[in-house]
Ligand binder design. Structure first.
Ligand code: TYM
Length: 333
């Protein structure tokens, strides 16, 4: 299946379900900005995924605007890329119904995110939480996507997407392009409080994560309090989860290698290193926060982007959806 455009296509998305962290930034959004010149990119605010866990409606609405503002503030160009909101393009859920019928109960039962989220939301293990990965597969397959830039935690969902695409193609002939994951160095940023655990925007402990919109003083304080070990050497090694994580964060923000970082902090203590990580993080996020504040005052501008881009996305999505409907045997009128 060739995309008609010369450039390869990228699809990725973020759920508007909490304050975006530097995990979301370094694992996903920052990489998207480097890909936007060489690929045809769709970047989605996946609001329909967010309601698999209970959301306060007003918060969900506000966060949907916020994520779009963050995308733009981080440097994504809403003219060059198709940046839109999932619920504005009905083809996502339309395709997901079809794909649900080509996804096995056993496959969905094995998804680690489903197991984690079911454990955290024991009173609300709804069907949407279970079939979440087929909606994600629809997001990706609808656009004949080549590459999916995500953090490590999404790898299993992309593997499943590939399996679903291959299964459908083997029954009906080439219909979907089979996408590849694109996973880089910042793909797993860990909690500052419990460095064996992923940094998460839904963590109850605000000191465990740094939000993209945190103020400088808070960022510096959170890094200062970051849990490390009783050693003193700033170097990457097994068992030094906290320091390893801080080295990854420092490296993602500065572009420095582990060797360069080890040389820079040779003979210095953890205190100096933590202060340096805090500084470089705050410095990188400061312009994003100012631009975010400016954009959030201009709702009409953001709504213009929602509208224009959802039309572009819908146009592409309809092509795949009608092909799928034809192949499975739905009558077209
Ligand atoms: P979400 O909203 O949880 O996270 C958005 C992106 O951020 C990455 N990420 C991290 N990367 C590194 N370290 C971390 N601690 C960290 N936490 C989050 C995630 O891997 C993701 O790339 N299911 C997806 C959203 C989605 C999607 C899609 C993504 C829906 N449809 C289609 C790609 C393609 C999710 O829950 O991401």
């Amino acid at each position: 299946m060739e995309n008609t455009e010369a450039k390869k296509r990228i699809f990725s998305g973020v759920q508007p379900s909490g304050n975006l962290t530097i995990g979301n930034y370094l694992g996903a959004i920052k990489n998207w900005t480097t890909l936007q010149d060489d690929y045809e990119c769709l970047y989605c605010v996946v609001d329909q995924h967010a309601i698999t866990v209970r959301q306060t409606p007003a918060d969900l609405r506000r966060r949907t605007y916020e994520i779009m503002a963050i995308y733009i503030a981080c440097g994504l160009d809403p003219v060059k890329n198709i940046m839109y909101v999932q619920s504005h393009v009905p083809a996502h859920v339309q395709l997901s119904w079809v794909l649900n019928c080509y996804t096995m109960f056993g496959e969905l039962s094995r998804m680690t995110q489903f197991k984690d989220k079911s454990a955290k939301n024991a009173d609300n293990i709804n069907a949407g939480l279970f079939t979440y990965p087929t909606l994600m597969a629809s997001d990706i397959l609808l656009y004949q996507t080549d590459l999916v830039p995500v953090g490590e935690d999404q790898r299993q969902h992309i593997e499943l997407t590939r399996d679903i695409a291959n299964r459908f193609n083997s029954v009906y002939g080439e219909t979907f392009r089979v996408p590849e994951p694109y996973i880089t160095k910042g793909a797993k940023i860990y909690s500052l409080a419990e460095p064996a655990k992923k940094m998460s925007k839904s963590d109850e402990n605000v000191n465990a994560y740094v939000s993209i919109l945190d103020k400088k003083d808070d960022i510096i304080r959170k890094f200062k309090r970051a849990v490390t070990d009783s050693d003193t050497c700033v170097c990457r090694a097994e068992g030094k989860d906290g320091i390893n994580n801080l080295m990854t964060i420092y490296s993602c923000f500065t572009g420095k290698s582990d060797e360069e970082i080890e040389r820079e902090f040779a003979g210095k203590g953890y205190g100096d290193f933590k202060a340096a990580v805090g500084e470089v993080c705050a410095e990188s996020l400061d312009p994003i926060r100012s631009e975010f504040d400016r954009l959030m005052k201009d709702k009409a501008y953001l709504e213009g982007i929602f509208k224009e881009n959802s039309e572009k996305a819908s146009y592409l999505a309809r092509k795949t959806l009608s092909k799928v409907y034809r192949k499975v045997g739905f009558v077209q009128i």
